[in-house]
Design a protein around this ligand. Structure first.
Ligand code: PLP
Length: 353
């Protein structure tokens, strides 16, 4: 039976990427596994260079003063690394969900952090708008897609201070002017590769402005100078990310996948809106094209719906424990056919009810 994986993560990848990555585990370089060769050997250095170059190319940032790094510690480590490297006195954060909230908590250990906007009171079901970002802040931090609540920033504020964005759950999924950001980070495990590496794309000229001493592993400058090889890199996660970025490039890049993602979201949300048994969670104008959150209006139908999903090969639809209901995550690797399979079950439920 064909399975349709709507899980929010970790690791939703094209099948061909998983096949190629698994082959490299057995034989990557003349009979040696990717896991056995030295990370300083030419075959692996080539992988790291290619992954970094592809990331910049796909984002349209080559030759614009940016470096792409593949680090460890997940996006959660970036919550503190950003502050350690950029926060001298004050920073502004947009609080749009659990992950933004956690980023704020970490940054507060290193300076004054102000929430320039927050949707916390409404349980993060919309993206705040019309907020001010004072020009004397060291930087502004936002989260482009809120994985748990299913909201997505459709536009970004104009500001002269450095803009930092956590793009963990929608990087490489839609075209944006990525040069409006000075630092982008994303855990690999949604649109790029297995958990274990985090992409950090950083404009070099924002560094070197804080007075504190930064531990080496936390210092972007050190990772830039060592081309992401200050310590042993997560070779499998970086290699698999490189394969996914190649896959995306061959598909036609972000513009091509964006069209597919828009179509998937349109199909999904029109069913949520037209089917009287379901209700969307987040404000319509802020709905995420990656994570659609919704509930069943009548709890009595829960068991029937979930059995029908199971029988249709639909997996990973459970909502996050803090929101409940359902969450259909539609990352780059999920096909339109999978969305159609889910929508068919939803409309079948309506005709039976
Ligand atoms: N930021 C966002 C938007 C996320 O969705 C997640 C995890 O799902 C994180 C940060 C945390 O990432 P990690 O588990 O890599 O630390």
């Amino acid at each position: 039976m064909k399975l349709h994986n709507f899980s929010a993560g970790p690791c939703i990848l094209p099948r061909e990427v998983i096949t190629k990555a698994s082959e490299a585990l057995l034989d990557f370089d003349n009979g040696l596994s990717l896991l056995e060769i030295s990370h300083r050997s030419k075959p692996f250095v080539d992988v790291m260079d290619k992954a970094s170059a592809l990331a910049l190319e796909l984002l349209g940032l080559e030759g614009k003063g940016y470096k792409a790094l593949f680090l460890q510690g997940g996006a959660s480590t970036q919550f503190l690394m950003v502050a350690l490297n950029l926060l001298e006195k004050r920073a502004g954060y947009l609080n749009t969900g659990t992950w933004a909230d956690k980023a704020i908590k970490e940054a507060r250990m290193y300076g004054d952090v102000y929430e320039v906007g927050s949707s916390k009171k409404e349980h993060f079901n919309y993206i705040p708008k019309g907020y001010d970002i004072p020009s004397d802040y060291d930087y502004f931090h936002c989260t482009s897609n809120n994985t748990i609540f299913g909201t997505q920033m459709k536009s970004f504020p104009k500001t002269d201070i450095p803009m930092v964005c956590d793009m963990s759950s929608d990087i490489f999924s839609r075209s944006l002017d990525f040069s409006q950001f000075d630092l982008i980070y994303a855990g690999a495990q949604k649109n790029m590769g297995p958990a274990g590496t985090t992409l950090v794309v950083i404009k070099e000229d924002i560094l070197g402005k804080v007075s504190r001493k930064i531990p080496s592993m936390m210092d972007y400058k050190i990772h830039i100078d060592k081309s992401s090889m200050f310590n042993t890199p997560p070779v499998f996660a970086v290699y698999t990310s490189m394969l996914t970025l190649e896959w995306l490039k061959n598909l036609g890049g972000i513009k091509a996948i964006e069209k597919v993602n828009e179509m998937k979201a349109r199909i999904m949300y029109s069913e949520i809106d037209l089917n009287p048994l379901f209700k969307g969670y987040s404000a319509k104008e802020d709905r995420s094209n990656m994570n659609a959150t919704f509930t069943l209006i009548n709890d009595d139908l829960k068991e029937t719906f979930e059995t029908m999903c199971q029988e249709a090969g639909i997996r990973g639809l459970n909502g996050h424990r803090s929101v409940g209901g359902y969450r259909a995550s539609m990352y780059n690797a999920l096909s339109i056919d999978s969305v159609k399979a889910l929508v068919e079950v939803m409309s079948e439920l309506e005709s039976q009810a």
